[in-house]
Write a protein that binds this ligand. Structure first.
Ligand code: NAP
Length: 526
């Protein structure tokens, strides 16, 4: 079952399927050696290539027998790390015992050991040149505050290299997603094997795209939230969500730009669809503060296509060299494509997605009537942001009489003027019912996880509506939709809009027809 390759790293059968050599390392943190052994088995089953034994997490530690057991009984190659508190770890004891334990791990057959740059001089002195040929020495540096300039990172890498490292490792902290670009730049030009990570949610890209830029390994946790450093994805997500083994230098980068963004199901939908047709792309959550700065920093053709969500849909307009006329009329872009000449093209697929889902909801099992079932209806849109603009514009196009209610009344008024609608403040909404059989569309984030008990309108007022739509899709059935159903209205969920808007984006991203049944299957579990 096992193959041993010249790097000394044990590899498993089936790896011929890999398109890259970047390893996935599962950090093992536990109170006892026995618990660590259980986690090591889990790591193997999860598909990790090696484990990082975080010795500093052990509550009691007897170096020789414990290291021996951990190495001998581990089904995967081992990396021993004994992180001191002064470098972000848990070990607060004396330095000599710590470095002795790492030397022992080397002697007893660990595949890798990690020694901090600040301790490498002392470690090397005590080693007296007796370095094991089998064990690779990772020399590491961690910055929990920020990501230094490219020049400073280059100097850091040179210092680590000069210390005798077989593998250079540095981890910095993302204050902004653009920090990751400097780390990619260092990784891609590195002459030595390098592990370079940017910690935190804004650094997620650095962990997923390692194989594209030639990183030696990335860390993947065994369980959500059980991380050894901020921002680590799970092994399962790396393998099954991001198709990690298939990534390489030519992989095109896609993502959803938003803040917040981690709730988005887009990576799930697009990555599985890319995999189904062998499309060489990866789709990620991109937590972006400043969209213009994002596009200025990531301007290469490899950054190929983007979905855009809260709060960037309007600012995205100014980033695009060309904008589809409908998106221009709506005043919001939710899909951005990089053209072969590098210029950005923006369009709006929210409009089609939401309006067709609402039309289908109105028609139900009725045979399709000529013209839109929205024609002549009183259509109330809550919200005047990107999704609100798209839906107000679409409803008007379909012949509905549109009313816009928004927290910031001024924005409702501005949008009402543009589309030819009436404006209300959010406070007026519950008492607004000039007629029955109205349609309501919530396009704000009210009711979105984690604030699932929030709702934009009183339940009492819902009896005047025959159909209620909610753009929020986490959860699928929001409080608004539940109360609308209880009041006898038809409901249309944000998931239906999500699928509808994604069809067109997928086709623009890949040039291929959207796998519609697959989209529906993937989203049916949400
Ligand atoms: P956006 O451009 O930032 O607009 C947000 C809108 O929500 C604004 O009208 C804002 O009012 C209002 N709002 C935000 N928080 C509020 C609060 N606490 N109370 C009252 N109003 C509040 O965002 P967007 O891109 O349009 O997205 C809005 C929602 O639609 C999000 O939940 C998003 O996930 C969802 N969405 C779903 C789909 C789908 O496919 N299902 C597609 C697009 C969007 P102010 O003007 O007063 O700030």
């Amino acid at each position: 079952m096992e193959l041993v390759v010249d790097s000394g790293v044990k590899k498993m059968e089936g790896e011929a399927m890999r398109k890259n050599q970047t390893l996935i390392c599962a950090p093992i943190m536990a109170d006892s050696v026995d618990q660590m052994l259980i986690l090591m088995q889990k790591a193997k089953i999860s598909g990790a290539d090696l484990v990082e034994v975080r010795v500093d997490s052990l509550k009691s530690f007897n170096p020789r027998p414990d290291i021996d057991t951990l190495i001998k009984q581990c089904p995967l190659p081992t990396l021993f790390t004994y992180r001191p508190t002064w470098e972000g770890g848990q070990y607060a004891g004396d330095e000599k015992s710590r470095l002795d334990a790492l030397r022992l791990a080397m002697e007893l057959g660990a595949d890798y050991i990690d020694v901090e740059l600040k301790a490498i001089g002392e470690f090397n002195n005590a080693l007296h040149g007796n370095k094991s040929a089998k064990c690779k020495l990772i020399v590491s540096s961690h910055n929990y505050e920020s990501t230094p300039s490219a020049e400073d990172l280059g100097n850091l890498v040179a210092r680590i290299q000069a210390s005798g490292a077989d593998i250079v490792k540095f981890a910095t902290t993302a204050q902004d997603i653009t920090d990751v670009a400097r780390v990619f730049q260092i990784t891609v030009h590195s002459q030595v094997p390098i592990i370079a990570m940017v910690m935190g949610e804004k650094g997620l890209m650095s962990r997923i795209l390692c194989p594209k830029f030639g990183g030696y390994l990335t860390f993947g946790t065994l369980e959500v939230g059980k991380v050894s450093a901020p921002g680590q994805p799970t092994v399962e997500d790396l393998l099954n969500l991001y198709n990690f083994r298939q990534l390489g230098p030519d992989t095109k980068i896609f993502g959803i730009i938003g803040k917040p963004v981690s709730h988005s199901k887009s990576p799930l939908l697009y990555n599985e669809s890319f995999r189904s047709v062998g499309f060489n792309g990866v789709f990620m959550h991109l937590l972006v503060d400043d969209i213009a700065n994002f596009f200025r920093t990531y301007s290469s053709l490899d950054f190929a296509g983007f979905s855009c969500t809260i709060p960037h849909k309007e600012a995205a307009l100014d980033c695009c060299a060309e904008i589809d006329p409908t998106a221009k009329a709506i005043g919001a872009v939710n899909c951005i494509i990089r053209r072969p000449d590098g210029k950005l093209f923006g369009c709006n697929t929210d409009y089609i997605g939401a309006i067709s889902a609402i039309e289908e909801g109105l028609q139900g099992s009725q045979p399709s009537i000529s013209g839109s079932p929205l024609a002549g209806k009183l259509f109330v849109v809550i919200g005047a942001g990107g999704a609100g603009k798209a839906i107000a514009y679409g409803a008007k196009e379909k012949g509905a009489r549109v009313v816009i209610a928004n927290r910031t009344y001024e924005r409702a008024r501005e949008l009402a003027i543009v589309v030819g609608a009436e404006a209300l403040s959010l406070d007026e909404l519950s008492n607004f019912h000039p007629e029955n059989d109205m349609i309501l569309a919530n396009t704000t984030s009210i009711g979105m996880q984690p604030k699932v008990d929030d709702t934009p309108i009183s339940k009492e007022a819902l009896k005047h509506y025959s159909l209620v739509f909610d753009a929020v899709y986490t959860p699928k059935i929001t409080r608004l939709l539940r109360e609308a159903q209880e009041s006898g209205a038809k409901i249309v969920t944000g998931v239906e809009m999500f699928i509808g808007q994604a069809y067109e984006q997928y086709e623009r991203f890949t040039g291929l027809p959207a796998p519609k049944e697959l989209f529906k299957n993937i989203m049916s579990t949400y």
